[in-house]
Ligand binder design. Structure first.
Ligand SMILES: [Zn+2]
Length: 385
């Protein structure tokens, strides 16, 4: 992808009052960078890699983590609404995970992450051997210096009821079809009063009846949410610079990006094309770095894939301001720019070249105003230039 190094320095909505003091835009960058779309067509469905099964476990578990849950997994149901594709996401409440282990892949039969049924079986064997509980792999991997490790959550046995479910009750799915088994476990569990279900991926014939092992999560231990596929995908695509972005700041950044994405659906302040390009920006591999540059809340690479966030300045301003700033920066990532604000000439809602630009209108999606809040203006002006 062609990279642009002109940086849209944006001081969050607010700073716009000051004229976005360090916006460095070259003439070319003044035009939306439509070529970035050739790589990932705007409005296209989530990419093929996102439908890969282990992706659904991994992104749901990361989503769960930033929302205060102990673990999460996709139930492999999805639906398409006007606002986009949503995926059924099961969220396990705090306290449900008894043990967490990073286990050498070699101790799990060198099973590939993509082989969900086998990894579940191997992980449960490991859990049984060590008395750890009910295995729920996160489908995350790392290397601890001595080899590749997979991380696995083990649920408290008291959270789960085991049943051998007869095949006639769930349509005799192929035990090695991860998606079919996950849906079968989910549907059986919810139809029988449980909050979620996980297959053991073992099947056997007892007394002439084929049965499937199921771990049914008891009522009250899991929540269900339909989550935008783009929001889940963000957890795989977005990254942060560990030395300059704390875990807490990163989690909050992702939550506010999520709010920004949720707002696109109903926002009346962007055209369909602008929404499409913004969604396209959210499908990029966007890297986030902390900055302490004076006078800015954040900046972004126009048409690129880098965002810098001044956490110490922006985050104390609150969730609305953070989301407004992030959606503004993502409009820069989408290729949109705006002229410098002209002091004394440009005013909120004036329909002029600054406040009516796409990044500024995107801010309206969050809370209906352009981040011009009288009580915060003075502090913003202190950050001027
Ligand atoms: Zn800007």
């Amino acid at each position: 992808m062609m990279k642009r190094f002109s940086l849209g320095v944006c001081v969050s909505a607010s700073m716009m009052l000051l004229g976005c003091g360090g916006e460095l835009l070259d003439a070319e960058a003044q035009q939306p960078e439509l070529e970035v779309l050739s790589e990932k067509p705007a409005g296209a469905a989530a990419s093929v890699t996102e439908t890969a099964s282990d992706f659904r476990f991994r992104t749901a578990n990361r989503y769960a983590g930033i929302h205060g849950y102990a673990a999460g997994f996709g139930n492999f149901h999805e639906a398409s609404y006007a606002g986009g594709v949503v995926r059924g996401t099961m969220l396990l409440k705090p306290g449900t995970v008894a043990n967490y282990r990073e286990v050498y892949r070699s101790q799990l039969g060198n099973t590939a992450l993509s082989n969900i049924p086998e990894l579940f079986r191997r992980a449960q064997d490991y859990g049984n051997l060590h008395g750890l509980g009910i295995a729920l792999p996160t489908f995350e991997q790392g290397n601890n210096g001595s080899g590749v490790v997979y991380s696995i959550n083990f649920l408290h046995p008291s959270v789960v009821e085991f049943r051998d479910v007869p095949g006639w009750a769930i349509g005799y799915p192929n035990v090695n079809d991860a998606a079919a088994m996950m849906r079968a476990a989910n549907d059986y569990a919810t139809a029988n009063g449980f909050s979620a279900g996980l297959p053991t991926f073992h099947s056997a014939v007892y007394s002439g009846t084929q049965v499937y092992g199921m771990h049914l999560i008891r009522p009250g231990y899991a929540d269900f949410r339909d989550v935008l596929a783009d929001v889940l995908g963000m957890h795989d695509r977005f990254s942060s610079d560990a030395p300059t972005v704390s875990a807490a700041n990163w989690a909050r950044t992702l939550r506010r990006h999520e709010a920004a994405q949720d707002s696109i659906q109903t926002c009346t302040h962007l055209t369909n094309l602008e929404k499409s390009l913004l969604r396209g920006a959210y499908r990029k591999n966007v890297h986030h770095t902390g900055t302490t540059e004076a006078g800015i809340n954040a900046r972004a690479e126009v048409g690129g894939d880098d965002v810098w966030v001044n956490f110490g300045v922006l985050f104390p301003q609150g969730d609305i301001e953070i989301a407004q700033t992030l959606i503004h920066e993502m409009m820069h990532i989408a290729g949109y720019t705006h002229p410098d604000r002209r002091a004394g000439i440009d005013h909120p809602y004036d329909g002029g070249p600054y406040y009516n630009s796409a990044p500024l209108r995107a801010e309206l999606c969050i809370a209906g105003y352009q981040s011009i809040h009288s009580t915060r203006e003075p502090s913003r002006e202190q950050h001027s230039h």
